[in-house]
Unconditional design. Structure first.
Length: 264
């Protein structure tokens, strides 16, 4: 009798231990995000991914340089802060072995001003600040061109620079500044091109405060990136599925009301 009971007791105890320990077996990853909307969205993603056995630790960065460096170094397993042109430029210039695994959201860039209500009100020779990285700086120049304020060389693609300007309607004085510093530059310039995440972070409302904005249909859709070696890992599919879920889309629509637009 004793011999037959002990295995049952041991098995029951083992089952109890397994039941208790199972949640701790979730795969853990660190995801780097820029502060603001990306971080807010990932809080929702984190909850959804947890149901699929993926434990996400969110790491916030305050610039556009460190998230890819941290990913390349293996300090994080994925990041969510950049669009494809920016990633392409980083891979080309720095040799990173990083790839996109899914598109996420679009942050239409806008120009903001504390002095003027429209871009047309800018005086001749006005000082305008744009991001100093090639992709976002080029993005700002293309936006000015789309509104008729600049003309750029044919065939410049998505990364025009100041030397590609062939016509400057108002003789704008264009200054290049670090993207994170642009909101704080508004008191010193006539207008500045500010990425949406940085605009929201300082209390600007892209829907109301931008004097011009991109349309949501742009090539600057953001993405989740991972190291090339990890691209086929099962957790990557779980991460992408959690992000591109109905609850996340609903959160983006309700929380940002058009300032940030889901790509799916």
């Amino acid at each position: 009798m004793t011999i037959s009971v002990r295995p049952k007791i041991l098995l029951s105890a083992l089952a109890l231990v397994v039941g208790i320990a199972a949640p701790g077996w979730a795969e853990k990853i660190k995801v780097g995000v820029s502060a603001g909307p990306h971080a807010q969205i990932f809080e929702v993603v984190k909850g959804i991914a947890a149901k699929d056995g993926l434990d996400i630790e969110i790491i916030e960065f305050t610039d556009y340089v460190l998230p890819n460096a941290a990913l390349e170094a293996g300090d994080i397993q994925a990041n969510s802060f950049q669009h494809q042109p920016y990633l392409d430029n980083q891979v080309k210039d720095r040799g990173y072995k990083i790839v996109s695994v899914t598109p996420t959201v679009v942050f239409p860039m806008g120009f903001y001003s504390k002095k003027y209500k429209t871009l047309e009100q800018l005086p001749d020779g006005a000082t305008v600040a744009i991001p100093n990285d090639p992709t976002n700086g080029g993005r700002a120049l293309l936006l000015l061109q789309s509104k008729g304020f600049l003309k750029l060389k044919d065939g410049v693609g998505l990364k025009p620079t100041l030397i590609d300007i062939t016509e400057n309607k108002k003789k704008l004085q264009i200054r290049e500044l670090d993207a994170a510093q642009l909101p704080r530059s508004l008191g010193d310039v006539d207008a500045a091109a500010i990425n949406t995440n940085y605009a929201i972070e300082v209390g600007l409302d892209p829907n109301k405060d931008a004097i011009i904005r991109e349309t949501p249909n742009s090539p600057y859709t953001n993405l989740i990136a991972v190291r090339t070696a990890d691209a086929q890992q099962p957790w990557v599919k779980k991460l992408a599925a959690a992000y591109k879920s109905a609850p996340v889309k609903a959160f983006v629509q309700e929380r940002f009301k058009g300032s940030v637009v889901a790509s799916w």
